[in-house]
Ligand binder design. Structure first.
Ligand code: DQA
Length: 138
């Protein structure tokens, strides 16, 4: 059984309530239930934090024991050299995901410190971006 870890960054704990026109009306917890039903052959673990260092700690911890990591670093995508370095430092392949199409939004969202070290990037498909990322590991 494949072991995958989903890591979500800041403000993604507010999914369902936050800017629903961009991010949708479903909470991540409810969506995770759907993912687990859809991918019964995958062990899916989930971590969310609003704190940069906690995201780095989780990447380091999961990065040597999971088959893959699905990372939505949210706003830290565009600012965090530390998270980018952590993605580079670990063994597990990391797929970068975003719910929205960051390239159709403000200029500052076009920059990613994750992409250069990600094994792939999936964005703009709403929460389906996570399903597509899981499929990429299968
Ligand atoms: C996001 C896009 C980021 O620019 C933004 O800061 C987020 C969410 C997305 O999933 O579309 O918080 O990562």
């Amino acid at each position: 059984m494949k072991k995958l870890m989903i890591i979500n960054g800041p403000n993604l704990n507010l999914l369902g309530k936050r800017e629903p026109d961009i991010y949708g009306k479903l909470s991540f917890e409810d969506f995770l239930g759907q993912l687990r039903t859809e991918f019964v052959t995958v062990e899916l673990d989930y971590f969310q934090s609003n704190i940069e260092g906690e995201l780095i700690d989780k990447l380091q911890e999961a990065g040597f024991s999971y088959d893959g990591i699905i990372l939505n670093a949210a706003a830290y995508t565009h600012t965090s050299v530390g998270i980018g370095d952590a993605v580079k430092a670990i063994e597990a392949p990391v797929v970068e995901v975003h719910i929205s199409n960051t390239f159709s939004r403000e200029e500052f969202r076009h920059q990613s410190y994750i992409s250069p070290n990600a094994s792939g990037v999936i964005l703009g498909f709403g929460l389906r971006s996570y399903s597509l990322a899981i499929q990429s590991f299968l």
